[in-house]
Structure formats: C-alpha cells, structure tokens
Design a protein around this ligand. Structure first.
Ligand SMILES: Nc1ncnc2c1ncn2[C@@H]1O[C@H](COP(=O)(O)OP(=O)(O)OP(=O)(O)O)[C@@H](O)[C@H]1O
Ligand SMILES: [Mg+2]
Length: 368
C-alpha cells in the first residue's frame, strides 16, 4: 500500500484514521482523526505519535510490538488522553500495512452513555412497577387498619388506652406518607414556560436557609437560556433533592456549585435534541462510594442513618416526565450531578431572557 491513502476516501470516512510509519511518526491523518484528536494535519504530519497521545504509553508500546510481530490488534474501551486534558473512550484497531501501521479509532463515549442510560431507564421502570403494585397492596389494608383504630378509639373508656390507638393511627399515617413518597408525584407535570434561573434561585434560598452558615453556594448561570416547558414545582423538587444530597455530603461545610448551560445536539434516549438545558449541581464532598454508584437511583438505597433513599428516585421520575436525563460523575472532592432538559419546541431560539435574575459571571452567594 502506498504511504498516502487516496484523499477522497480519507476525507469522507467517519472513522478516525491515521497512517503511522515504522518510527511511529504520523504519515497521514484524515479529517475525522483531526477532529477527534483536536489537531490539524499540518501540525500532526511528521510528528511522533507520542506527541499526540502522550498519556497512552502502554498503547504506543503495543504498536511497537505489532511492528515487530506483524499481528494486528484491537483494543475495546480504550481511554485515550487527547489534548486539552480530555479523555475519550474509543475502540482502536491497529493493522500492519507493509512497513506502516493503519490506526483506526472509533469513539464510543456516546454509545456507552446511551447504553447505560437505557439500562438504567429499564431498571427504573421495572422497579416503579413493583413499587406501584406494592403501594396498592399496602394502602388498602392500611386504610382499614386506621379506620378500625379510629372506631375503637371512640369506644375506649380511658385516655390511657386511647394512647395505643393513637400510636396505631400515627404509624399508619407515617407508612402511608412513605408509600406515597415512594410512588412519586401523583399528577402528570403541568408544563408552563419556566425560567430555569428562578427555579435555581428558589432551590439556592431553600438550601441556604436549611444549612449551617458555613455552607457556600456558588452560582454560574448562562442567562441566555430560553424558558423551558416544565412544571416548576416539580423541577424545584427534583433539583432540591439533588442539592440537599450535595449539602449533606459536605456536612453543610463546603462548596455547592450551581451551574446552567446550553447543550447543542444532545441525544436523550433515542431522540436527538437541537438544544437542551444543562443544570449542574456540584459539591466538594467525599464522593459516592464505589458499591453504591450503580444503585443510587433505586428507591430505598441510602447510606444515611435517617435517609429514606427516595430523593434521587423521585428526582429521576420527575426529570423522566420532562423528557430529560440525570447523569453523575463522582470522585473524592468533586461530585457533579447533571440534569439535561430538552426544549420541547423547535422554535425556541437562544435569546437573552428578559428579567433573568442571574448574571453570567460566577458569584458566591451570601447566606440568607
Ligand atoms: N452528592 C453526593 N455525594 C455523595 N453521596 C451521594 C450524593 N448524592 C447522593 N449520594 C448517595 O446516594 C444515596 C441515595 O440518595 P437519595 O437522595 O436517593 O437518598 P438519601 O439522601 O439517602 O435519602 P432521602 O433523600 O430520601 O432523605 C445517598 O444516601 C448517598 O449515599
Ligand atoms: Mg437525598
């Protein structure tokens, strides 16, 4: 094979392709690879591959081995360190072609995200169905139990005995509230135009009012975000549940960052949205433990002695109802929950929202 792949093939491939010579120097690069590795052909050609992938020494060594052995190899789910400190997940195939190596790179981050999202969605739907069935079975006899205790109370002669029936009624009410919370919002969202920053301000005030004065809440809002079609009370509930977890994670003594952004061409489920609002809730707490990560969106999963484990499950229900999705990343010192909400109508353009209370600059809030 010649050292230069035919230009028109290189330029039209969606796969990122590079031709690497025996000294591991880049001899050809197609536009997809330029885009993926954030470089230009002029800059890359003639450069050692290690310049482009300085953080993937093991992979470079595997290419050396292929040069010697002549055996191709494929690596699935390889984390590739690309410029500007970013990591991407890719499938990579290295094929010897004469004295050179053909390197094909396919990014799979998006596919992984979609698969993860779909699995979580299915599991969530299954557990919701179980909970609804269970709630129905619990609430009916519970109603009877409470009613009977009430009737009994009327018949009892002494106050001291009534104490017992009151306990029965109190516990029955507590159980009913718990079951109601597990089932989540009863009504479908009443969607109206909502300014997301008013929602964020509401949440900010609530967590500041609840927490210790040592809590710092930083805002970094994009004021150009158009109104969303949403149920503002439900959105407050979802964001508040996540923000409360953040405050609890730092034991009220740390920083919670609230951020809003616009995302373009964002895929949720099977649907690609031209524009979506992104809401980040970040804390500098200890992070989510490894064992809990796969389960935190399930109801009743909690690491807190007095937690019900329902906060995230309810938040996910609400965001689901709005056609959105919640993701998170977590490591010690930085946990970020990200809510993506699509703008339902395609006519929604970007504009500077009049009356937006927030500024675009990062600012730290005073305790209220
Ligand atoms: N920001 C965070 N940092 C660390 N762990 C978190 C964070 N957010 C959630 N978690 C973990 O996820 C678990 C589930 O959260 P969820 O809000 O569903 O329930 P909870 O906070 O335990 O109880 P509830 O919200 O019902 O009072 C938490 O117990 C905690 O272990
Ligand atoms: Mg919670």
């Amino acid at each position: 094979m010649s050292k230069n792949l035919p230009q028109h093939i290189l330029e039209n491939l969606n796969t990122a392709v590079l031709l690497i010579d025996g000294g591991l120097t880049i001899r050809a690069i197609n536009p997809s690879a330029e885009m993926l590795l954030q470089t230009g052909a002029r800059q890359a050609l003639g450069q050692p591959l290690t310049h482009l992938l300085p953080r993937n020494q093991a992979f470079i060594e595997a290419m050396h081995t292929t040069l010697l052995s002549g055996h191709p190899f494929t690596e699935h789910g390889l984390r590739l360190g690309v410029p500007v400190g970013r990591w991407i997940t890719v499938d990579c195939t290295v094929t010897p072609t004469g004295p050179d190596l053909l390197l094909e790179i396919n990014p799979i981050d998006r596919l992984l995200r979609l698969a993860r999202e779909e699995t979580r969605h299915d599991q969530h739907a299954a557990s919701r169905a179980v909970i609804r069935g269970l709630a129905h079975e619990i609430k009916n006899p519970l109603g009877g139990l409470r009613g009977a205790a009430q009737l009994l109370e009327r018949e009892l002669p002494s106050e001291s005995l009534k104490e017992y029936t009151r306990i029965i009624m109190h516990e029955a009410d507590r159980l009913r509230n718990l079951v109601d919370r597990m089932v989540g919002p009863k009504t479908l969202p009443r969607k109206l135009p909502v300014n997301i920053h008013q929602v964020m301000e509401h949440v900010r005030k609530l967590i500041l009012a609840e927490a210790s004065p040592r809590l710092r809440v930083e805002r970094n809002f994009d004021p150009s975000i158009p109104d969303l079609q949403a149920d503002s009370d439900q959105l407050i509930q979802a964001i508040l549940n996540i923000a409360r977890n953040a405050v609890q994670a730092i034991s009220g003594d740390g920083i919670v960052r609230l951020r809003t952004r616009i995302e373009r061409q964002f895929t949720i489920g099977q649907k690609r949205h031209r524009l979506a609002a992104r809401i980040d809730i970040e804390d500098n707490g200890p992070g989510i433990s490894e064992e809990l990560r796969e389960q935190i969106f399930y109801p009743m999963v909690t690491s807190k002695p007095d937690g019900t484990g329902l906060g995230l499950s309810i938040a996910q229900d609400i965001i689901d109802q709005h056609g959105g999705v919640i993701e998170f990343t977590s490591q010690p010192g930085c946990t970020v929950f990200r809510i993506y909400l699509p703008f339902e109508s395609a006519e929604n353009g970007i504009r500077t929202a009049p009356g937006t209370t927030a500024g675009s600059a990062t600012e730290e809030n005073q305790h209220v």
